[in-house]
Structures are given as structure tokens and as C-alpha cells.
Design a protein around this ligand. Sequence first.
Ligand code: HEC
Ligand code: HEC
Ligand code: HEC
Ligand code: HEC
Ligand code: HEC
Length: 224
Amino acid sequence: MGLMHMKNPANSRKKPSKGGLFFFLAGLIPSLIIGWVIYPMVLYSKQAQPINFSHSIHMNPEIVDGIEGDTEIEKCLYCHEFREDGTFAGIPKLAKCTECHDDPDSALGESEEEKKFLSKYVANEKEIPWYSYYRQPDCVYFSHIAHVKMGEINCKTCHGDHGKTDKLPVYQANRLTGYSINIWGRNIAGYKTNTWDRMKMDDCAECHTLKEKEGNNACFVCHK
Ligand code: HEC
Ligand code: HEC
Ligand code: HEC
Ligand code: HEC
Ligand code: HEC
């Protein structure tokens, strides 16, 4: 057998068939749909908030008079206040609301949402059981005054536009980890485009490094 008769292995390889591509896509597309659409839908449990609350209505001085403060952040702090000892009040209690919504029998506006709020909570002096989108597990130590006052960081950096919203999003918790989607992140591939897209351990540490506060990246600083 001479060399001439040897088949060139490159020429003998079959051209990829269109059928192969078809089966490749037929497998790929459903798995993308399952991975990117169905899986995140199943992974998160969904819970509607007890009532709607519009930040945009309450922050608009032409509609709601009496939210005091010279700057936007001071207005936020009118409801989300720092107590005398520097601790953060978090989501306001009913007593803050009844400074204005003081009579369950006379609504301040026309909305159905306010009537529901008055009859269910104000009339019964019952606290609203809000789901907290941002609350961290108990093992995490976080101080608002250190970040907002000392660090001079805006609410938006960590909470996005929540303070401007009109309709509350459904509360979504990861079934495997128990974390709210606002902490775990919406993007399952892990990309982050905004500082507020996610607030996991690495996201806290990333900002500390950026702001040259690496000293706060020792375990005991965030886990007391
Ligand atoms: C400074 C006064 C003031 C405070 C404090 C206040 N509200 Fe209101 N709120 C208003 C007024 C005025 C309206 C009516 C707006 C309209 O419909 O014209 C309103 C409307 C509403 C509505 C209907 C519109 C919406 O947000 O969907 C709800 C619900 C409501 N308030 C809940 C609350 C809750 C809960 C609190 C406490 C965290 C609170 N309000 C604190 C003045 C206030
Ligand atoms: C009239 C009182 C009031 C004012 C003023 C107010 N908030 Fe709120 N805020 C609430 C209430 C009630 C809730 C609970 C319902 C909800 O999630 O929106 C809340 C919830 C939040 C949450 C979600 C916390 C969580 O873990 O679920 C953020 C973030 C927030 N507010 C930011 C802001 C910012 C930023 C501003 C100023 C731009 C602001 N708020 C002004 C009453 C107020
Ligand atoms: C550096 C990031 C950061 C900044 C800036 C920040 N927050 Fe937060 N916020 C957090 C974290 C983290 C939590 C969860 C704290 C926890 O669970 O102990 C939180 C929780 C909250 C909650 C819910 C508290 C609860 O008990 O459920 C509210 C309301 C809130 N923030 C409002 C604000 C407002 C208003 C501002 C601006 C004045 C602000 N935050 C600024 C990171 C931040
Ligand atoms: C956007 C930037 C930013 C993010 C996000 C951030 N931090 Fe910080 N953090 C700071 C800065 C700046 C300081 C220093 C404040 C100062 O003392 O001037 C600080 C200080 C601290 C301190 C020390 C101050 C104290 O109260 O003892 C702790 C603890 C801390 N951060 C925890 C956290 C945790 C937990 C998270 C995430 C849930 C977080 N931080 C997210 C910027 C950030
Ligand atoms: C800058 C703040 C910060 C520092 C520093 C930090 N952590 Fe965390 N840690 C967090 C936050 C916020 C969470 C909750 C979110 C998450 O799981 O990413 C967390 C969650 C955890 C959890 C999971 C707890 C649970 O209930 O799921 C463990 C374990 C943990 N941290 C251990 C450590 C160890 C060990 C170190 C030191 C190497 C450390 N952390 C340093 C902020 C911090």
C-alpha cells in the first residue's frame, strides 16, 4: 500500500448535518427556558403585602402635607427614624401613620387602599404585618446610622428606588435559602448591574473595600 492510497482523515470527516443542529437547539432552548424562566419561578415563594403603600404619594408634598424635612433623605427619616440611642426604627409602626390617619371613620383621600388600611388596622389598633424585603438573617450585624450618617451613603445605593414606588412588589423568598430575592439577587447567573441588585456577604465587603474600609471585613465586625 502506497501513501497515495491513504485516506486523508480530514477529508473523510462528515460534514455536520443540519439534523445535529436541530437536535442541539431542540435540547438547548427548553433547558434555557427551564433554567432562566421556570426555575426562578419555582425557586421563589411569593407573598403579597397585607396592603399597598405608595411611597410616591406620601413623598409628594402636593398630595401629602406634613412629611417634614429639607432634603429627600430627611423626609425618608421622618418615617424611618433614628431613635435617641441611634438605633434605626426600620419600617414605621402604626403610631407614625395615625399622626395623620387618626380617624378610622374619615379617610384623607378617596382610595380603596386607604379604606382597607383604616378599617383593618387603624380601627383595630393592629400593626401591619409587613414582609421586609431587605431584612438580613439574625447572625448579621448592620447599623444604619454608621452607613447613612457616618458613611454618608444614600438610601438608594442599597435600596434602589423603593422610596419612589407606587405599588409594592410581591415579596419573594428563596425556597432553598429562605433569603428574600432583594438580598439573594434576581439574576440567577449572578450578574449585578446596580449596587442595590443584591446584598450578600460579598456585596457588603465589596463596598467596604471600595471605600477603603477593609477593616470592616473581618468576620466579627458583621457577625457579633
Ligand atoms: C403626614 C401625614 C401622613 C402620614 C404620616 C401617613 N399618611 Fe397615609 N396618607 C396621607 C394622605 C393625606 C393620604 C391621601 C392621599 C390621597 O389619596 O389623596 C394618604 C393615603 C394613604 C393610603 C392610600 C394611598 C396608598 O398609599 O396606597 C394608604 C394605604 C396610606 N396612606 C397608608 C399609610 C400608612 C400605612 C402610614 C404609616 C406608615 C401612613 N399612611 C402615614 C397622609 C399621611
Ligand atoms: C409616610 C411614611 C414613609 C416615608 C416618608 C417613607 N417610607 Fe419607606 N416605608 C414606609 C412603609 C409603611 C414601609 C413598609 C411597606 C413597604 O415595603 O413599602 C416602608 C418600607 C420601605 C423600605 C423597604 C424595607 C424592607 O425591608 O421591606 C425601604 C427600602 C424604604 N421604605 C425606603 C424609603 C425611602 C428611601 C424613603 C424616602 C425617599 C422612604 N422610605 C420614605 C413608610 C415610609
Ligand atoms: C449601606 C447599605 C444601606 C443603606 C445606605 C441604607 N440601608 Fe436600609 N437596610 C440595609 C440592610 C443591610 C438592611 C437589613 C438590616 C437588618 O436586617 O438588620 C436594611 C433594612 C432596611 C429597612 C427594613 C428594616 C426592617 O426592620 O425590616 C428599612 C425600612 C430601610 N432599610 C430603610 C432605609 C432608609 C430609609 C435608608 C436611607 C435613610 C436606608 N435604609 C439606607 C442597607 C442599607
Ligand atoms: C455602599 C457601601 C456599603 C455597603 C453596601 C455596606 N457597607 Fe458597611 N460600611 C460602609 C462604610 C463606608 C463604613 C464606614 C462608616 C464609617 O464609620 O465612616 C461601613 C461600616 C460598617 C460596619 C462598622 C460600623 C459599625 O456599625 O460597627 C459594619 C459592621 C458594616 N459596615 C456592616 C455591613 C454589612 C453587614 C453590610 C451588608 C449587609 C454592609 N456593611 C454593606 C459601606 C458599606
Ligand atoms: C461585611 C460584612 C460581613 C463580613 C466581614 C462577613 N460576613 Fe458572613 N455574612 C454577611 C451577610 C450580610 C450574610 C447574609 C447574606 C449571605 O448569606 O451572603 C452573611 C452570612 C454568613 C453565613 C451564612 C449564615 C446563614 O444563616 O446562612 C456564614 C456561615 C458567614 N456569613 C460566615 C462568615 C465568616 C466565617 C466570615 C469571615 C471570614 C464572615 N462571615 C464575614 C456579612 C458579612
